[in-house]
Design a protein around this ligand. Structure first.
Ligand code: ZN
Length: 209
C-alpha cells in the first residue's frame, strides 16, 4: 500500500507573495509546480541584489526590446546589432522563422550576412497565414536588389518547408539565387536544438532551391 500523500504535501499554504511567485513561475513553459516552488525558494535564498537583477532583466526585456525595423530580429534600438554592424556581408540574406533561430545560426559563426526573421511560419492548421508573417517586408528588401543570395533557413519541418516554398515562389520574380540549408539538420528537428557544428555544416553545404 502506498502512503497517501494528500493534497497538502508540497506545501499549499505559502504566504501570499510567495504563492503568487510560485504561480507566476509555474506558468512558464516547461516549469511544473515543483520546479516553480524550487525556483521561488531559490530566489528567497539568494541575495536581494541577485533576485532583483532577474526582476530587472524581465522588466528591461519587456520595455526596451522591440523588433528591428529592417530584419525583425530583437533589438534595443530601431535597428538590431547585426543590421547596425558595418562588418556584415550585406549581399547575403538568411531567412529564419524566429529570433531564437537567428541566435542559433549566429552561435555557429558560419554566416556573416544579414537576416530576415519571419516571426513564425505558415501554419494553416493553427490559422497562421502568410499575412501574419513579415513576408511583405522580405519581398520589399529583396526587390531593392542588393542581395546576391537568399538562404532559406526555415526549420526542416512540414510547415517550415511549406513556408520556404511559398517564399521562394514569391521571390522567383527576382534574379537573386535562392538556396536552402543542407539537410545536415535532420528532418523534423529544429534549429533551436541543433548544435553549432550541425548548423555550420548545413550552412556550408547549402544547395540551390
Ligand atoms: Zn536587424
Amino acid at each position: 500500500m502506498s502512503k497517501d500523500v494528500g493534497s497538502n504535501a508540497g506545501g499549499g499554504n505559502h504566504a501570499g507573495a510567495v504563492a503568487d511567485l510560485v504561480d507566476q513561475l509555474g506558468r512558464l513553459p516547461g516549469i511544473g509546480r515543483k520546479s516553480a516552488e524550487r525556483l521561488a525558494f531559490h530566489l528567497l535564498r539568494v541575495s536581494e541584489q541577485e533576485a532583483l537583477a532577474l526582476a530587472d532583466s524581465i522588466r528591461r526585456v519587456r520595455t526596451d526590446v522591440r523588433y528591428c525595423a529592417d530584419c525583425f530580429n530583437l533589438a534595443e534600438t530601431n535597428r538590431c546589432a547585426i543590421c547596425s554592424d558595418p562588418g556584415r556581408d550585406t549581399t547575403r540574406l538568411c531567412v529564419v522563422e524566429q529570433p531564437r533561430d537567428l541566435m542559433s545560426l549566429e552561435q555557429s559563426s558560419a554566416f556573416k550576412g544579414l537576416y530576415h526573421v519571419l516571426l513564425g511560419r505558415i501554419a494553416p492548421l493553427d490559422g497562421i497565414g502568410p499575412d501574419q508573417l513579415t513576408i511583405d517586408a522580405l519581398v520589399e528588401r529583396v526587390r531593392q536588389g542588393a542581395f546576391v543570395e537568399v538562404i532559406m533557413a526555415t526549420n526542416p519541418t512540414v510547415e517550415g518547408d511549406g513556408t520556404s516554398l511559398y517564399i521562394s515562389n514569391l521571390l522567383s520574380e527576382f534574379p537573386v539565387p535562392i538556396t536552402r540549408l543542407a539537410r545536415g539538420i535532420t528532418a523534423g528537428s529544429v534549429l533551436e536544438y541543433a548544435n553549432r557544428e550541425m548548423i555550420a555544416d548545413a550552412l556550408i553545404g547549402r544547395q540551390k532551391l
